[in-house]
Write a protein that binds this ligand. Structure first.
Ligand SMILES: [Fe+2]
Ligand SMILES: [Fe+2]
Length: 377
């Protein structure tokens, strides 16, 4: 989701530990760290965020305090308090998957648990540090953190069936953090929550109609789960309305476009390049992502002053060109017969092409949302 194209060695590979049983002690867990090839952390992997906490603590909510309070009241009801309970449906499921599907599902679990835990860390930290100056905001962030901890914890329990467990302490201490100023956190987390909602509900509804494709009872939990993410998105919607400067003026318009493009392009490039999970579910990743992007873009029209014209034929053509470039770049990386300088020479036009396509996507004419939703604006 982050705009940074920085590529760093990730510590992710070291935080998933294999256990011989759930009762293993810590020393045993550490001795059974899975030795995977080191993964690269790129814009396409879940990231951890930090922000200017003092600026968040000083936020004045009075322009939209009634709505923020109403959303907080919803959080207090804690609709999913008893939802995330592991049941007997999970017994034997991990063992029943064929080795390839099992691996694909394990990768999905790892990515998901890290995303959820990343949200938990950000919200928990904000809740803790704005408590004195901004108690309403602190309470809302505490509820968000509660939900994300529940999501991450539930995924972690499912991972235990696959002899995997995320070392949350290690992850907290060692993960690289990306700094975003508060208004960028609002755009990014709003979109991340809303796109999360659409991803979960779309898979849930598809699997309700195709039960033979349900790899795990985990998917039965998605319906209520996605409502948590939807409420989280609504909270950031209310927060931005309390800070209307985040949604007004030409600079904000550009940032809204930038974050929409960053979130959509990141998801599309990741999902279409890694089709195994979708194939295992019987989904076409292109169709799935295009539907999720269309719906998230429409959701964003309720709050953002502009949205992207994702129906323009060039929108996906340009993303497909970037996908092809990425494919050729990774083939070059894996080709041991070509020397370093030659590889570099061949990579430059691919990087330039992708940069050109992203620039064209960014400057493509957006859609003003006051035309779509005049009552909201
Ligand atoms: Fe979540
Ligand atoms: Fe969330």
């Amino acid at each position: 989701m982050t705009p940074s194209a920085k590529t760093t060695e990730s510590k992710t590979a070291n935080v998933i530990t294999r256990q011989s049983s759930l009762s293993d002690n810590k020393a045993t867990q550490e001795s059974k760290t899975i030795s995977k090839e080191s993964k690269k952390s790129t814009i396409l992997t879940p990231r951890f965020y930090t922000t200017d906490v003092d600026a968040i603590a000083a936020l004045d909510l009075k322009l939209n305090e009634i709505e923020v309070e109403a959303i907080c009241q919803e959080f207090r009801r804690d609709y999913n308090k008893h939802h995330f309970v592991r049941n007997e449906d999970f017994e034997g499921v991990a063992e029943s998957l064929d080795p390839d599907t099992r691996q694909v599902f394990m990768d999905f679990l790892e990515q998901s648990v890290i995303s959820e835990f990343s949200g938990f860390l950000l919200y928990k930290e904000l809740s803790r540090r704005v408590k004195t100056e901004n108690p309403l905001l602190a309470e809302c962030f505490a509820h968000l953190a509660r939900d994300e901890a529940r999501h991450a914890g539930f995924l972690n329990k499912v991972m235990a069936d696959f002899d995997l467990q995320l070392d949350l302490g290690f992850l907290t201490a060692n993960k690289d953090y990306t700094y975003f100023q508060p208004k960028f956190i609002f755009y990014a987390t709003y979109l991340s929550e809303k796109i999360g909602y659409w991803r979960y509900i779309t898979v849930y509804e598809y699997l309700e109609n195709n039960p033979d494709k349900k790899l795990s009872p985990l998917f039965n939990y998605f319906k209520n789960w996605c409502q948590d993410e939807n409420r989280h998105g609504d909270f950031f919607d209310a927060l931005m309305r309390a800070q209307p400067q985040t949604l007004r003026g030409p600079i904000s318009y550009l940032w809204c476009r930038f974050f929409l493009l960053a979130v959509f392009a990141t998801m599309y490039l990741r999902d279409v390049a890694n089709t195994e999970y979708y194939t295992a579910l019987g989904l076409d990743p292109r169709e799935y992502d295009r539907y999720v992007i269309k719906q998230t873009n429409a959701s964003a029209a309720r709050i953002f002053p502009v949205i992207l014209n994702v129906n323009h034929p060039r929108f996906y053509q340009r993303l497909e060109t970037i996908l092809n470039n990425n494919q050729m770049l990774s083939e070059l990386d894996n080709n041991s017969k070509i020397s370093g300088p030659v590889k570099l020479l061949r990579k430059v036009p691919l990087w330039l092409s992708s940069g050109f396509e992203m620039t064209k996507l960014f400057f493509a004419a957006p859609i003003a949302t006051d035309i779509l939703c005049p009552s909201v604006q």
